[in-house]
Design a protein around this ligand. Structure first.
Ligand code: HEM
Length: 436
């Protein structure tokens, strides 16, 4: 592994650790504003969300750059990649610097001053130049994961630009226009990083099972096509509060659900292959991939329920949306990224004693995340029931029992912090070993 990739992985892990610590602080700052409010919730939230999103994008690009090098037979690092890393890391540090002094100005999830979008855009262009230069050396009929990496990179660029269109007065002069473009682009951007992350999941499945068939054939190409349609059209269900035709939302939901069903199906096929070939089940990469399958399944059920209009009436804008956001970013994206980074660091080559810690961390995470996720759903249902069915308007009175459930969420969050913290610590240890 090159030194640049080590920096890339180290920075991504640091972002994950920040998201975990600040997320836990934010949960208690919300519940005890006078207690531990050294830093208030409104300041902690953007730090947490930006750290979480930058963790996912940095983790996804680290895997993509490293595995494409193996795939396209590159032997040396490149200046383009180094340039990307310097700009990327420098700008993200500046983002947190601005948050620290209460300077905002951006939009939801990207709340930093808008000018910082410029170096991020340049960094992305350098990354794309590095990738597509190597891509020219691909085999004539590349496996699906190469297509997924390529489209993920390209669509991230498109959605990032779209997300920044509000900087042009015509877009922000009309509130409805601005919010529609914001929600649409944020939804599509999730589709773009999913292409990169699911592409890496597919790559790992091929390498673990030794079966290239997993990334070839009609079924996986339908999966890719659904992923692409999803990132182009899933915005339909992200703009619920904006007046649009109902069928747009339903088509969008249908596509999103179908993509997940295909992903579960592909992972199940991979699992069957591993069993058939009697490949040892105790592999770290394998375990994290299976964990992501479990969370795809749970989030699929939640998303299907949320899409029923009679249920959505109660759940919209409650903590159920937060359960959906964190259930997918922690349960699916983070699990696949930990499989990917674990593979890059060669964690499976370590002695059993050291690997045991990762198993313990993973188990603590699974149990805590389940409690965390169900508590958010329960809080959302309770809030929806009290505001919509009981018609309560006094916010304090309405939130009183909801806050009790949110305590369960906050304590379970400490479990997630501990579980994932153990994994991050083990990965860092490995990263700092000279042989990694
Ligand atoms: C890998 C780790 C994590 C990731 C990727 C992540 C991701 C996210 C995302 C995407 C949101 C925005 C949700 C929305 O706007 O709907 C969010 C919000 C939040 N997260 Fe996390 N999170 C992580 C860990 C944690 C942990 C351990 C806690 C501890 C309790 C936590 C507490 C919160 C809180 C309090 C919010 C704000 C919710 C609100 O505004 O109502 N997160 N997180």
């Amino acid at each position: 592994m090159t030194t640049a990739t080590k920096w890339h992985i180290g920075f991504a892990l640091l972002l994950l650790a920040t998201a975990l610590v600040v997320g836990s602080l934010a949960a208690f700052a919300f519940l005890l504003p006078d207690g531990i409010a050294l830093i208030p919730f409104r300041q902690l939230r953007p730090i947490h969300v930006s750290a979480a999103l930058f963790w996912i994008i940095s983790g996804a690009t680290a895997g993509l750059v490293h595995f494409k090098r193996v795939e396209f037979g590159e032997t040396r690092g490149s200046m383009l990649y180094t340039g990307f890393l310097v700009l990327w890391i420098g700008t993200i540090l500046a983002v947190f610097g601005f948050y620290a002094v209460n300077q905002y100005g951006g939009r939801e999830y990207w709340e930093f001053p808008p000018l910082l979008a410029v170096p991020l855009l340049f960094a992305w262009l350098l990354l794309m130049a590095d990738y597509f230069r190597a891509w020219l050396k691909r085999t004539p009929d590349p496996p699906l994961y190469v297509w997924m990496w390529s489209t993920g990179l390209l669509f991230f660029l498109i959605t990032f630009i779209e997300q920044n269109l509000y900087q042009i007065p015509w877009f922000r002069d009309n509130y409805l226009r601005e919010i529609t473009v914001q929600w649409k682009s944020n939804g599509s951007m999730v589709g773009a990083w999913n292409q990169m992350i699911y592409g890496t999941a597919l790559y790992l499945m091929v390498k673990l099972s030794g079966d290239e068939g997993i990334a070839r054939g009609r079924k996986v190409f339908i999966f890719w096509f659904l992923g692409l349609s999803n990132l182009m059209f899933n915005w339909g269900h992200h703009i619920y509060n904006v007046p649009t035709a109902g069928w747009i939302r339903h088509v969008a939901y249908g596509i999103s659900m179908a993509e997940w069903i295909f992903l579960i199906n592909i992972i199940q096929g991979f699992r069957a292959k591993m069993t058939e070939q009697r490949i040892h089940r105790n592999i770290i990469t394998y375990r994290f991939l299976l964990a992501s399958e479990f969370w795809v399944f749970l989030n699929l059920i939640l998303a299907l329920l949320m899409s029923i209009p009679a249920i959505n009436r109660y759940t919209h804008g409650t903590h159920i949306t937060v359960a959906h956001a964190m259930g997918t970013t922690i349960g699916i994206n983070t699990m696949i990224l930990l499989a990917s980074i674990g593979t890059m660091l060669g964690m499976d080559a370590l002695p059993d004693k050291e690997r045991r810690w990762i198993k313990i961390g993973r188990r603590i995470t699974t149990v805590s995340l389940l409690v965390f996720w169900f508590a958010l759903i329960a809080a959302g249902l309770l809030k929806g029931y009290r505001s919509v069915a009981l018609g309560m308007t006094d916010f304090q009175a309405m939130m009183q029992p909801v806050n009790n459930v949110l305590y369960v969420f906050a304590y379970a969050g400490l479990g997630v912090l501990l579980g994932l913290g153990i994994v991050v610590w083990a990965y860092f240890n490995r990263l700092l070993q000279p042989s990694s």
